[in-house]
Write a protein that binds this ligand. Structure first.
Ligand code: BYC
Length: 471
């Protein structure tokens, strides 16, 4: 399925055959471009960026690299190929053919899911808009911009579904995506993590590691949807998401590698003296970004989530690979809760616990990158381990949001929390220090002193490749 780039809106959905839809999307397009110019990457309008653009949705369709000015990036609408005879694989409609049109009785639930998903995409672009001005290298600047244009396209993906399937209220929701803004006092983004600032590059790497990974798990659950256009859209979006998490995992890894180098070279833990970011500070950033990202999975026990599942709208991670009845009526699932000074796990109904199950899958996946970071530290002969905090730590959503807990999951008093949280979360002084390091390095092949160079270039490019031309 190749993508038609001759069209005003590149697409593989035969947009040409549906003039009304085409016109509606072409009407939305200038508002999008205006939003990109105003709230997209700052001062980037004229740069030539070595970007990857999908030329088809088949495996290998991604191998297309070249210099692009971002405002001219060909955002468009790409769905993964249809699977012939695809069925609904879970919930009350299990075994029925997947829907090509919205089932009327589930319209508002589907709209809500699509709007919540769509809202995060422009939010992240807004959160990251100042970072280009302090890039640690051209390589990193290019990666930031690649992430940004793809988040822009993910917004297009959700806006397409709203326009194509929800009529007038879908068009209104699409407009509203450009009206809400990250951190706006009156019209904030829907989910809390998307109203936080991403003020520095360590935060950016943590965000792409932890928060984009929520994207992976949410998109994978929506890819199971019985509403086939949503499933196909999310399947293609997932191919883009992988690069974002790569940027996060390798970015944090390179900051750690540089800290270890400095520790070894100067035989000290205090790498701040030598312009690095110390491992304790990196741990605090892990604690912060992990905890705000686990909140994104919602309440442990959720009737919303149970309804989405029974309706066949949002499944579990890799639903079809799970060996059970895919109805979850009486099945148990172990859910964590506060008991006294600690956390215990009790059996709950698996249907109302699907958010929690997804969170468990996510936490398990987060650990893999942490293990790799610890290998870098161990490889340098340094006795330090990065750890993920307990799920009870620093929560704003769910049962743990009513208590205070240490990173190792001990419930403590408010007073103890007030006294100690500066050891666990970045303090103003930590953030000021990290911010003080953020100075743009734009000479090809050069890197800021707080981060190691990457192991290899993008698409096999040499170390001194000019990933961005400033003109
Ligand atoms: N913040 O029953 P519950 C991505 C609300 S990231 C604020 O547990 P539910 C990306 C909730 O709305 C992926 N409010 O809720 C990453 C509900 O409100 P009502 C984004 C929250 O619906 C990086 C109430 O609390 N995609 O793609 O089961 C860069 C009760 O909660 C939050 C999706 O999230 C929160 N964190 O679960 C770019 C997928 N959590 O009904 C992109 C679509 C809960 O009382 N969304 N609430 O008014 C969903 O599936 C669900 O909406 C959620 C929440 C999983 C988020």
């Amino acid at each position: 399925m190749s993508i038609d780039y001759q069209e005003k809106i590149p697409n593989n959905v035969n947009l040409n055959d549906d003039r009304r839809l085409q016109r509606a999307l072409e009407k939305w397009q200038p508002g999008y471009q205006k939003w990109w110019a105003e709230l997209g990457p700052e001062e980037s309008q004229n740069m030539d960026v070595f970007l990857r653009t999908a030329i088809s949705v088949e495996p290998g369709g991604w191998a297309n690299y070249g210099y692009v000015k971002m405002p001219e990036y060909r955002w468009g609408i790409f769905l993964a190929p249809a699977e012939e005879g695809r069925l609904i694989n879970f919930g009350a409609h299990k075994g029925e053919p997947a829907w090509q049109e919205i089932p009327g009785e589930y319209r508002s639930e589907l709209r809500r899911l699509i709007v919540t998903q769509g809202d995060t995409e422009p939010a992240s672009v807004e959160q990251q808009r100042h970072l280009g001005l302090t890039c640690p290298s051209l390589y990193d600047l290019r990666n930031l911009f690649q992430v940004n244009v793809e988040e822009g396209r993910h917004l297009w993906a959700m806006v397409y579904l709203l326009h194509a399937h929800f009529g007038r209220d879908g068009r209104e929701e699409a407009e509203a995506m450009l009206e809400r803004h990250s951190g706006d006092a009156d019209k904030p983004r829907i989910l809390e993590a998307f109203n936080e600032k991403t003020p520095d590059w360590l935060s950016f790497f943590m965000f792409t590691y932890f928060t984009d990974r929520d994207g992976k798990y949410q998109l994978a659950s929506l890819a199971e949807s019985g509403f086939d256009p949503l499933s196909r859209t999310c399947r293609f979006m997932l191919t883009e998401e992988a690069h974002h998490m790569f940027v996060g995992e390798t970015g944090v890894g390179r900051v750690i590698a540089r800290a270890c180098q400095l520790m070894t070279e100067y035989k000290t833990d205090d790498v701040r003296k030598h312009g690095g970011i110390d491992l304790e500070t990196i741990q605090k950033y892990v604690n912060f970004h992990f905890s705000v990202s686990v909140d994104l999975f919602g309440q442990e026990i959720s009737t919303n989530a149970a309804n989405y599942y029974t309706m066949g709208l949002k499944g579990r991670y890799q639903e079809t690979k799970i060996d059970d009845d895919h109805l979850l009526g009486d099945n148990p699932y172990q859910v964590a809760e506060v008991r006294g000074e600690g956390i215990i796990f009790t059996d709950q109904n698996a249907l109302t616990a699907v958010n929690e199950r997804l969170r468990d899958d996510y936490i398990h996946d987060c650990q893999r990158g942490v293990d790799k970071w610890n290998k870098i530290i161990a490889g340098a002969g340094i006795d330090f381990k990065i750890t993920l905090p307990s799920r009870a730590f620093h929560r704003g959503i769910g049962s743990f949001s009513t208590v205070k807990a240490t990173p190792d999951g001990r419930i403590i008093t408010e007073a103890d929390w007030d006294h100690q949280h500066g050891q666990w979360l970045p303090t103003d002084a930590d953030r000021e220090y990290v911010t003080s390091l953020m100075k743009a390095v734009t000479e090809p092949g050069k890197y800021a002193p707080w981060i190691a160079p990457p192991a290899k270039g993008i698409n096999g490019q040499p170390g001194d490749f000019e990933y961005v031309r400033f003109n």
